[in-house]
Write a protein that binds this ligand. Structure first.
Ligand code: SF4
Length: 282
């Protein structure tokens, strides 16, 4: 993994209103993410320019975020908090900083519901806490592929997919509500029936719901995506016909396996039955 520069910043608040319809708030104790996924567009949403311009190489630790969170918890109406939405809450820095764990303690004690999304088995470190408050917790692990070398290419700083699967199993065995996030599905990269089936089987084995989403190319992503576009030139195009095809594929496989699945962002006019948190904007 590339060297990551860590800096400390102070913030005014810790809970931000979430733009995602199934979350009320977001708690992002770090800015930036050393998992450094090629397809990540969280950097378009971070307010810190240095982090955005050096995504994956600079991570800010919000040094006073716990004090700010304690204040926010007192003043904000109870709701669902996404942990996190524009950073991975269990990226490596969390092992020493513990701002995710302590943030969760504050939120759960305050009666907030939390919806965790990560690519890291470090979430298991907090199994005791999550189990104690399981009625307020759901946890999603992102699994875009089980192909280790493809994962290494597209998510170079993230733990291998099999470690994520193991984490899902353990969370599920401990009766934590779990979900698998198959996203983003990238054209020609991880959209095959074989790939989707393997990820859906993980959902089946772990009793998880499967939530899926498609890659959306944003101007400015060309350079980051170049290792992928070199091998999969069509990957940045996601026309509606392709999305329809993929959607049909995911739904057919999940129906066959008996896995509950739903799109992260339902089409206009569609409604989800149950609220599910989504997502770390990649
Ligand atoms: S997609 Fe998620 S895990 Fe990957 S770099 Fe972005 S925030 Fe981190």
């Amino acid at each position: 993994m590339a060297e990551v520069e860590v800096k400390r910043v102070r913030v005014r608040g810790a809970l931000t209103k979430s733009g995602l319809y199934d979350l009320d708030y977001a708690y992002n104790p770090y800015a930036g993410c050393s998992h450094n996924c090629l397809y990540c567009y969280a950097r378009y949403y971070t307010p810190f320019r240095e982090v955005s311009e050096n995504w994956g190489r600079v991570v800010y630790v919000k040094s006073n975020v716990l004090e700010a969170l304690s204040r926010d918890v007192k003043r904000c109406k109870r709701g669902v908090v996404g942990v996190s939405t524009i950073t991975d809450p269990y990226q490596p820095i969390e092992a020493s900083e513990g701002l995710t764990r302590r943030g969760l303690e504050i939120l759960l004690k305050g009666g907030f519901r939390v919806s965790i999304q990560t690519k890291s088995p470090l979430v298991l470190r907090d199994l005791d806490l999550l189990s104690r408050s399981r009625h307020l917790v759901d946890a999603g692990l992102t699994v875009t592929t089980l192909d280790q070398s493809l994962a290494k290419l597209i998510e170079p700083g993230a733990p291998p997919p099999l470690e994520r699967v193991k984490a899902l199993k353990i969370l599920s065995e401990n009766r934590i509500e779990t979900w698998v996030f198959l996203g983003p599905i990238i054209r020609g990269v991880n959209d095959s029936e074989f790939n989707i089936r393997r990820v859906a089987e993980v959902a089946l084995e772990t009793g998880s719901k499967l939530i899926y989403d498609y890659f959306r190319f944003k101007p400015g992503m060309e350079k980051r995506m170049s290792p992928l576009t070199a091998r999969y030139p069509e990957c940045i195009n996601a026309p509606p016909s392709w999305r329809k095809l993929v959607r049909g594929r995911v739904e057919e496989i999940c129906n066959e396996l008996g896995v509950v699945c739903e799109p992260a962002f339902p089409e206009k006019g569609e409604k989800k039955d149950t609220p599910t948190r989504l997502t770390d904007f990649y």
